[in-house]
Design a protein around this ligand. Structure first.
Ligand code: FE2
Length: 301
């Protein structure tokens, strides 16, 4: 008998205060987007303007301008178009600090043990961007970082649209709890699960697939799943789609490994990522690793 899957739409949850509330954790973990119509901290216009005047380095492989909080370093910008790199770094650092302070107020249980990842600035217009399929932002995907495996913890991203007039337009689809039962097996879950971290099988697959055998099976699966979804025309065509327009000055946050997402248009978005430990979730069974382990009956990290 074919399994039946509950359809679960992704909703925009508008919040007006910054109290830590259980329903905010639950909304995020179920795959909803927490949304502030106005950015909920000070962000002076001159800082926004400095960012909008900063271009992406054309000579590099960078997709975005990145800020690494641990090293206090900015990469990916066009040095010819930035008169004062230190000022750019100050603005990126300030955004990162404010976003993190805000997350501490809203989601303290996550933040107590979360790992602070990069912040980024996305200066390019997303509509019509010419990128290789794997890198395209306009195809639905769940996030996985090639250089920063999570070991089963989760990718929470906090975004702010600093365009003066244009919204940032996203499409999302049903969350991981709906996606995985349909596609994880076809995407190779059984194969990955049968080759634990460091095993001969994982080393062989790693050598051929270019994926490091030292990664957990979970991280290997998620990297492959990111690509699988982007290359799957049937999925891109037929899946449920929810369109969201994030207006200028709005802020939103979402687990981008739980919610398939794509960016259709918009430019000048800022973003801060934190890696949330799955043992701090309100409902641990919401974590993609738990969903996958339930499907394949094996430990993946
Ligand atoms: Fe993404």
């Amino acid at each position: 008998m074919p399994a039946e899957f509950k359809m679960e739409a992704v909703e925009l949850v508008t919040i007006s205060d910054i109290q830590p509330r259980e329903e905010n954790y639950l909304a995020l973990e179920r795959g909803n987007i927490l949304y502030f119509p106005r950015t909920p901290f000070a962000f002076p216009e001159e800082e926004r303007e400095l960012l909008r005047s900063t271009g992406l380095s054309s000579s590099s492989h960078h997709k975005n301008i990145a800020y690494r909080p641990a090293e206090d370093k900015v990469t990916g910008f066009d040095p010819a178009a930035v008169s004062d790199p230190e000022k750019l770094r100050d603005v990126m650092r300030t955004y990162s600090e404010r976003a993190l302070a805000f997350l501490w107020k809203l989601l303290p249980r996550y933040m107590e043990t979360a790992r602070i990842d990069f912040a980024s600035f996305r200066p390019q217009e997303e509509e019509g961007r010419d990128l290789a399929t794997k890198k395209r932002n306009d195809l639905l995907h769940v996030d996985a970082f090639p250089t920063r495996p999570t070991g089963g913890d989760m990718i929470l991203r906090f975004f702010t649209n600093i365009h003066q007039t244009k919204p940032r337009v996203w499409t999302t689809s049903d969350p991981f709890s709906v996606l995985a039962p349909r596609y994880a097996s076809a995407a190779g879950l059984g194969e990955v699960a049968s080759h634990p971290k460091g095993s001969l099988g994982a080393r062989v697959l790693g050598a051929f697939g270019g994926v490091d055998a030292k990664r957990s099976a979970y991280d290997r699966f998620m990297l492959g799943f990111h690509d699988y979804l982007k290359f799957n025309g049937e999925y891109q065509e037929s899946c449920a789609k929810y369109r969201f327009e994030f207006p200028p000055d709005s802020t939103w946050m979402v687990f981008t490994d739980v919610v398939p997402h794509s960016v259709l248009s918009g430019r000048y978005a800022l973003e801060q990522t934190v890696i949330v430990r799955r043992d701090t979730l309100a409902r641990r069974e919401n974590a993609p690793i738990e969903i996958l382990q339930g499907l394949c009956g094996r430990q993946l990290a």
